[in-house]
Write a protein that binds this ligand. Sequence first.
Ligand code: GLV
Ligand code: MN
Ligand code: MN
Length: 425
Amino acid sequence: MPATTEANPGPAIDGARLLGRLRRLAEIGADERGGVTRLGFSPEDLRGRDYVAEEAARAGLSARVDAAGNLIVRGPRRGGRPVLMMGSHLDTVRHGGPLDGAYGVLAGLEVLQQLAPRETAMEPVLVAFANEEGARFPCPFYGSLAVTGRLDRGADEIADERGVTLREALRACGGDPEALESARWRPGSIAAYLELHIEQGPHLETTGTTIGVVGGIVGRTVLDIEVRGQAGHAGTTPMKARADALAAAARVVLEVERLAGDDGRCAVATVGRLSVEPGVTNVIPGLVRMTAELRDGDRERLRAAEEELARRLAAVEGSGVRVTAEVSDRIAPVPTDPVLCSVIAAEAGELGYSHCPIFSGAGHDAQIVAAVAPIGMIFVPSRNGVSHVPEEFTADAELVAGARVLLAAAWRCARTAAPAWGRIR
Ligand code: GLV
Ligand code: MN
Ligand code: MN
């Protein structure tokens, strides 16, 4: 392990540079509500990725886009050494904030910039994963699924609301839908994965803690639900003769809420999208399409909640109303790696930051990478616990603190020879 002395100081985060880059990136896709809208595979997303690639080049790093649209940033190649991957995403939800994903990518860039010129046993690599949110193309974690070889749908099978296929959008962003397999990393080539992220919940702020050491990440099931009734004249159809799809859908929404709320069958449950046809004031709604999203940290509970919801949806049917539900996404909850957790906690402590174990209620690319490599995640506080909204905010000092912990943890991992991996503490 190279000694760090006064003449040869260890790597250090340039906080001003990190914060400056965060502010610049937040201008890309800045929207009329004061938030950021950089939907996956949109022109704004592409501009965000171009910005990160330019900053990487300015720092003497190389950046390329893989077939799935991931931006991969590397320093000098380290001759087949195991890779210490850092990453997060640059896409946002509609009217999201400036930090979700972007923070992990730019902090990772800062860390890579510090580590690339140093002699390390592992090669640090940064990945800005494509389409983590899935807000435009409903295939969240697209980039990390490709990297781990777990994409299960072709680029023609996925389209946005306007019917643009992922194939077209991917091409426009520098990806290659014909060569998606090439985005997969060789099994065993990723020795470890670290992701820094804002908490997006209230725990760190309410406990006055600077650093969260993530012990596990929530699982999620997404269902596409259709409620079919009978459209008809809103003035002439007697109330008793109606099959109002929206009135039935309202009961579905309440069942979803009750499943997690009063009944506690899973941690949280949300209907986040709903459309009504024909959507006309004086026509009884004939068709409602909606999504239901269930989350829990326990795989079995999540399955049981799914089954319970199916029973409740069946109970909504009747009087000409039919309800169908199809699972469009099922992502398992995962634990993080205990060795990486102890490295993160030890480094946070050494830097003098308060820290605590925490569970992630949000999904992250890390949980996809967990299928092929040990993962570690670091959280910093979110003001008022809010995220996915323009008000998303973390104080500058906390943003820099998180990046310092990421650097310290990455530095400790990267300079440890792979055989000693189990002993890094
Ligand atoms: C990712 O942002 C999620 O929805 O948890
Ligand atoms: Mn998000
Ligand atoms: Mn995120």
